[in-house]
Ligand binder design. Structure first.
Ligand SMILES: [Fe+2]
Ligand SMILES: [Fe+2]
Length: 365
């Protein structure tokens, strides 16, 4: 028996075939190098390749690291603590309307910043800028979610697919339709404009948006008496403050080295940004905002109704003061670098008279 087993083993061992991954001879790198063909040049400069991981602004990387855990999540807000049934139908329409107005700015945020992030890849911006745009896109997705949850809780099917049962509700829905019509014009403008501008110009406009949003949410946090929304505003305001720090970190490097053309362009952008952002920070100027004659009066009625439910929409005068303070903060940042500030007579700020150009609207919230 033993002899048969041994001879079987022996005959198997004689027939062993090595697996094909064992080479008799490994290729010689020096020989291979002689046959190397260089990769073709990537002709399109706006291609996102080649990709590299350079960090020129360590401060940006610090902000990005701090943003990895935003410290809150829209689904964990105390939604159940808010008793919608305690409000009148008009108060529900009114608060839902405010969130719909905000959504023109904050709910376009994810798409707008995602586009800016792609642009940063195309422009071969440093890794830290790409990553910061990514974190802002994530934050904006959270803000967008809060808009959606608030609107749908107050007006199921909203912002548009609900049947208003009161005159104020009908005015609200009509206003929202007009707001989204203008939002669509903003997106068309933004999408085309972003490719045209260099990063310095973009960031000065982005700065304006972040100054506006951080101011708005900080004041809403103070004035609202509804705990759910107070908490939401507190988190959103902190996110917006971080976005503001990102803009300032980028601009700190860029502002001292601007050409005169860049500076003039920034002056125009500020005027354009002011007109656009006034839609939520103040009242929408006609240079950009195409709105029907009933719009402002309806909005005032809706704001009054939201206030009566403890939702702290600032009064016309408070809003003007608030917006003016925010704009002056922006002016203070840019003044030392010889960037002329545009005249903003709407809120009593003197400066250069510049025409509004729709193609210059690129601020983002
Ligand atoms: Fe936002
Ligand atoms: Fe923001």
């Amino acid at each position: 028996m033993a002899t048969t087993k041994q001879s079987l083993e022996q005959s198997l061992a004689d027939d062993l075939i090595p697996p094909p991954t064992l080479y008799g001879e490994m290729p010689n790198p020096e020989v291979l190098l002689k046959d190397v063909i260089e990769a073709p040049e990537i002709a399109n400069k706006m291609n996102i390749f080649p990709i590299e991981w350079n960090v020129q602004t360590p401060r940006l990387m610090e902000i990005y690291e701090a943003s990895r855990e935003p410290g809150w999540s829209p689904n964990e807000l105390p939604w159940d603590s808010f008793d919608v049934d305690a409000l009148t139908q008009d108060q529900r329409y009114a608060i839902s309307y405010w969130w719909s107005l905000l959504s023109v700015f904050d709910a376009s945020g994810p798409a707008v910043f995602a586009r800016a992030m792609i642009h940063a890849y195309e422009k071969k911006e440093e890794d830290a800028i790409r990553k910061c745009f990514f974190s802002v896109t994530r934050d904006e997705m959270n803000h967008e979610e809060v808009c959606g949850r608030a609107i749908r809780m107050l007006t199921p099917g909203g912002p548009l697919q609900f049947e208003p049962t009161t005159p104020l509700g009908k005015l609200a829905r009509n206003n929202i339709e007009w707001l989204y019509f203008n939002g669509a014009r903003y997106w068309d403008g933004f999408k085309n404009a972003i490719e045209e501008y260099e990063i310095p110009i973009l960031f000065s406009s982005f700065l304006f948006g972040e100054v506006a949003s951080s101011t708005l949410f900080a004041s809403m946090q103070e004035t609202t008496d509804i705990p759910l929304f107070k908490e939401a505003f507190r988190h959103i305001a902190r996110d917006e403050g971080r976005h503001l720090s990102i803009c300032l970190a980028v601009l700190k490097n860029i502002l001292p080295n601007l050409s005169q053309d860049d500076k003039d362009m920034i002056t125009k952008q500020i005027r354009a940004g002011f007109i656009f952002l006034s839609g939520v920070l103040y009242e929408p100027p006609a240079e950009f905002w195409k709105l029907p004659p009933t719009f402002i009066a309806s909005q005032r009625l809706l704001e009054e109704s939201a206030r009566s439910a403890g939702f702290g929409v600032l009064s016309h005068e408070q809003r003007k003061k608030n917006w003016r303070t925010a704009v002056l903060r922006m002016k203070q940042t840019l003044d030392p670098y010889g960037i002329k500030f545009p005249a903003l007579p709407e809120i009593g700020i003197d400066g250069e008279t510049v025409d509004f150009e729709i193609g210059k609207i690129i601020p983002i919230f």
